[in-house]
Design a protein. Structure first.
Length: 411
């Protein structure tokens, strides 16, 4: 089925910022859309998000114009099922290393909408279509673990807490059970913070509690107490996204009043890993320090060190991380790289080398649920969905529940 037209409009993300909603229409009338998310603690090597310079409020009107004119002209008449060719055409049309001319937000919007339109025109679910696009060995998981970010710090909250995310990972492959556990755990975290730390607290960008403490261990203690209190309702593990680039400057890490060397930060994290039996630790060091990641991974062979800003869903950065043994798991965010084909390539490379994939939302989210299908399609280890609270986060969880139960019924 051929592409008839591509258009885009401006919508608002969960932070209230403008973002793109792209629609691809096929000649048979089927359509596919994609609503683009946006990061706050973005990696330096991510695809560039194109925002209007002149307008206040970071509008995306230039990106909309690019899509309606040159992208529409270039892709109209192409076979919607030829995802690889379409993405290659987008990359060539952009012509820059980090998609800065068209904008990575434009390219992922178009690429994702093409993918959805192709699935719709062949009458299959998105996750089924994604499986047909990529030769990624199947895993035997029923559904990915939900990574739920219950305590928000770093650039996702206006507090003193330097580490960005304190997450729970319910140890069940039933997303429904994981959701129930997440809702109950969030309630207990809120109760704990209200009674013992702050009577009033704000909600962070990903829906968790914005805890205003400087001590990076306090949130771990809270999650650990909550874990103990919920023991008879199921088990969850604790994970961290340190997002260390956000508090690194001039060769050291600033945590409140303290300035830490890479070795000192590593020692602190290793102690946390042992005390709280951490399931995974994302971006423990700044995004160019492949060696420090490797040192910590070697010191903590039983814990997954995870690359996010380190790897930015980029196959050659992942290859470098594999060569240097920096990580055991990688974050997959389609908008970090800017096309679906490149996202699948990075996931394929990870699988080939036994690196676990954790598909992730962004801190600025939309109602789009593409990542739920992506994680489910390839049975990834996990999917990061924030706290089970706001509608943009709940949409992904609900989609995962829907497809996991439909797929189980279909056998
Ligand atoms: P971002 O953060 O979406 O603000 O970049 C998410 C993360 O670091 O995992
Ligand atoms: Zn991260």
């Amino acid at each position: 089925m051929k592409i008839a037209s591509i258009s885009a409009e401006e919508i608002r993300d969960s932070r209230g910022n403008p973002t793109l909603y792209v629609t691809v229409s096929c000649e048979d009338g089927t359509k596919g859309s994609f609503a683009v998310p946006s990061g706050a603690s973005t990696g330096a090597t991510e695809a560039v998000e194109l925002r209007d310079e002149s307008a206040s409020g970071g509008h995306v009107l230039t990106a909309i114009r690019h899509i309606a004119t040159e992208v529409n002209d270039a892709l109209r008449g192409m076979e919607v099922a030829e995802q690889g060719k379409i993405d290659a055409a987008l990359i060539a049309l952009d012509g820059t290393e980090r998609k800065s001319r068209l904008g990575g937000n434009s390219t992922i919007g178009v690429s994702g909408a093409v993918c959805r339109a192709a699935a719709a025109s062949s009458g299959i679910e998105l996750y089924e279509y994604l499986r047909s696009l990529a030769d990624i060995p199947p895993s035997n998981r029923i559904a990915p673990f939900l990574y739920m970010n219950l305590i928000n710090g770093g650039m996702h909250a206006s507090t003193r807490l330097a580490f960005q995310e304190y997450l729970i990972v319910p140890q069940t492959e039933s997303p429904q059970e994981a959701l129930s556990m997440g809702v109950e755990a969030l309630r207990r975290v809120e109760e704990h913070v209200t009674n013992r730390h702050q009577g009033a607290w704000a909600i962070g960008d990903e829906g968790g509690v914005a805890l205003d403490v400087e001590d990076t261990e306090i949130p771990l203690r809270i999650l650990s107490e909550v874990r103990d209190s919920l023991k008879n309702q199921g088990s969850f593990e604790i994970a961290l996204d340190i997002a260390a680039s956000s508090f690194w400057s001039d060769g050291s890490y600033r945590i409140g009043e303290h300035t830490l060397s890479s070795e000192e930060l590593g020692a602190k994290i290793a102690e946390y890993a042992a005390t709280y039996d951490l399931f995974s630790i994302e971006d423990p060091f700044e995004e160019q320090d492949f060696e420090a990641f490797a040192g910590l991974q070697a010191a903590l062979p039983d814990t997954r060190i995870v690359g996010d800003d380190l790897t930015t869903t980029n196959a050659w950065r992942l290859q470098k991380a594999i060569d240097k043994r920096s990580i055991r798991a990688v974050i997959i965010k389609p908008n970090q790289i800017g096309t679906i084909s490149e996202t699948l390539e990075t996931m394929g490379l990870a699988r080939k080398h036994g690196i676990d994939c954790i598909v992730s939302h962004r801190s600025g989210e939309t109602m789009d649920t593409f990542i739920a299908d992506l994680a489910f399609a390839f049975g990834t280890l996990g999917i990061k969905v924030g706290a089970p609270r706001t509608k943009e986060r709940m949409a992904k969880i609900e989609r995962l529940i829907e497809i996991a139960s439909a797929d189980t019924e279909a056998g």
